[in-house]
Write a protein that binds this ligand. Structure first.
Ligand code: SIN
Length: 478
């Protein structure tokens, strides 16, 4: 088991302490699991300077050299997967099986980008002028700031950092102060893998002062962020001052649509996996569930029976649903349920804190949900299933699109023409069709509208970390 200790930042290959610290809490039992150094603005500046110094060397290494180190890093993470999974469960509360799945998922980005780094290529164009050669070169963009959330403390770190590093960039990463330990373990393993000092720097502490430096410092050329739309907009404003490149994965409100012609049992299993991963605290979690009139009753009756079987409890005790991350998160869930009931929704299951502990919440079903309720318009980030009845394809397209967000959408139907129509008409960046699982390194992860800008992972995942240079070369005197 992991020992309680002081966790330092990792800057320029060294562990850096500070006098100011933050208590790290296990949300399952509210007990302290360690103290985290809070480095503030000064630490962020020194991390940027370390990354700037390292860039001149790292950006000129061959892709084989970079790929080999990344591959070693991946191997070490796999070797340490059980310890990493335990750390994730300790700091997030999520079930141990989910933490292990996160380590496997998170490390797959490192392996993938190690391979992809060998495929970075520019272009020689077919010139429109016989005296000239025309080329496109690609080069690493520079120092990258990465700010990552608490809900996937390994996978969001690796998805961002390994892409940037594979592209030849250097990174200053700020993990969530709620869940920093797994990220620091990943950094320790990067050192063991031979990643040179300054290529990956982890600066820990409270978000505001560090975020300000990471989004305004002149030496930072790109910001990649996963978190709320509000913070994303703040970072975008800061980034605009020095015209930094940005990638943002922000707020969400995913519809899960169950058509009357689908296999209801399979749809319920898909919903359970799309909804309850990390207790509903996932950006791609199903936030609103639309059920067609003709199967409304059998669907919610069976769903209730299924949810009653889910075990809520400590992630180390083979539970299906762990705690929410904080008191604030539980209060938001409670408020949204109250608001829905006041506006006419029917509480069909759950609705209260679970006896497993202060931050545990019962799986909850609300029926008769309407678009004026907060459960409909806000990101619930908890184990609530708000159900909305619908009649026709057009009706559900219209209401599912009634949101400023557009990250992920799910629907269940065997009808191919309906599948095509939905995929084209719903304003979302990613679709799960007859499945509740869409996360893989192959997925260009990202959304439309206020859910963000850019994509992470996938074949295109290195592009945001590369700059293009066009070269028009008059060859007459060459
Ligand atoms: C997220 O919640 O932001 C990421 C989830 C995933 O990659 O599956």
């Amino acid at each position: 088991m992991i020992k309680k200790k002081l966790y330092c930042s990792y800057i320029n290959g060294k562990w850096v302490k500070s006098s100011k610290t933050i208590n790290i809490i296990n949300p399952s039992n509210n007990l302290s699991i360690g103290e985290l150094c809070d480095l503030g603005e000064k630490g962020a500046k020194s991390a940027v300077s370390a990354a700037s110094n390292a860039f001149s060397t790292w950006s000129t290494e061959t892709s084989d050299f970079r790929a080999n180190i990344l591959k070693k890093w991946y191997d070490l993470i796999i070797k340490n997967k059980n310890e990493l999974a335990e750390i994730i469960t300790l700091e997030t509360g999520k079930p141990l099986s989910e933490s292990l799945a996160e380590v496997i998922y998170g490390s797959s980005f490192i392996e993938w980008f190690a391979e992809q780094s060998k495929r970075i290529k520019g272009n020689i164009l077919s010139s429109n002028d016989n005296d000239k050669k025309m080329l496109i070169l690609k080069q690493p963009i520079g120092v990258v700031s990465a700010i990552t959330p608490w809900n996937f403390p390994v996978a969001m770190v690796t998805r961002k950092a390994s892409a940037a590093i594979a592209a030849g960039c250097t990174v200053v990463l700020k993990p969530s102060e709620l869940t920093p330990i797994s990220c620091l373990k990943i950094a320790e393993l990067s050192k063991e893998a031979g990643l040179p000092k300054g290529v990956l720097n982890i600066v820990t502490g409270m978000p505001k002062p560090i975020g300000k430096i990471l989004s305004t410092h002149k030496s930072v050329k790109k910001i990649t962020f996963t978190g709320s739309t509000e913070v994303g907009k703040y970072l975008m404003k800061n980034a605009s001052e020095t015209v930094k490149s940005i990638s943002m994965e922000l707020g969400v409100n995913a519809p899960f649509i169950v058509f009357g012609d689908c296999d209801v049992d399979r749809a319920i299993e898909g919903l359970v996996s799309a909804k309850f991963r990390n207790a509903g605290q996932t950006c791609i979690s199903a936030n609103r569930v639309f059920v067609q009139k003709n199967i409304f009753r059998p669907f919610h009756t069976k769903l209730k029976i299924r949810l009653e079987k889910l075990k809520v409890g400590d992630g180390f005790k083979s539970s299906d649903i762990g705690p929410l991350i904080s008191e604030k998160a539980v209060i938001k869930v409670e408020k949204n349920i109250d608001d829905a009931i006041k506006k006419g929704a029917q509480l069909y299951l759950g609705g209260k804190r679970h006896m497993a502990g202060k931050l545990f919440f019962q799986p909850t079903i609300l029926l008769d949900v309407q678009s004026n309720m907060n459960v409909f318009s806000e990101e619930n980030f908890g184990p609530i299933i708000p159900i909305i009845k619908f009649d026709s394809d057009e009706e559900v397209i219209n209401i599912a699109n009634q949101t400023q967000y557009g990250l992920a959408a799910y629907f269940y139907t065997p009808n191919a023409s309906r599948i095509w129509k939905m995929t084209k008409s719903l304003d979302y960046g990613m679709f799960g069709i007859n499945t509740g699982k869409i996360s893989t390194y192959l997925n260009p992860f990202g959304g439309l509208k206020e859910s963000g800008i850019g994509r992470e992972g996938s074949e295109e995942g290195l592009e945001p970390f590369l700059e293009k240079k066009f070269v028009s070369w008059d060859t007459a005197n060459t």
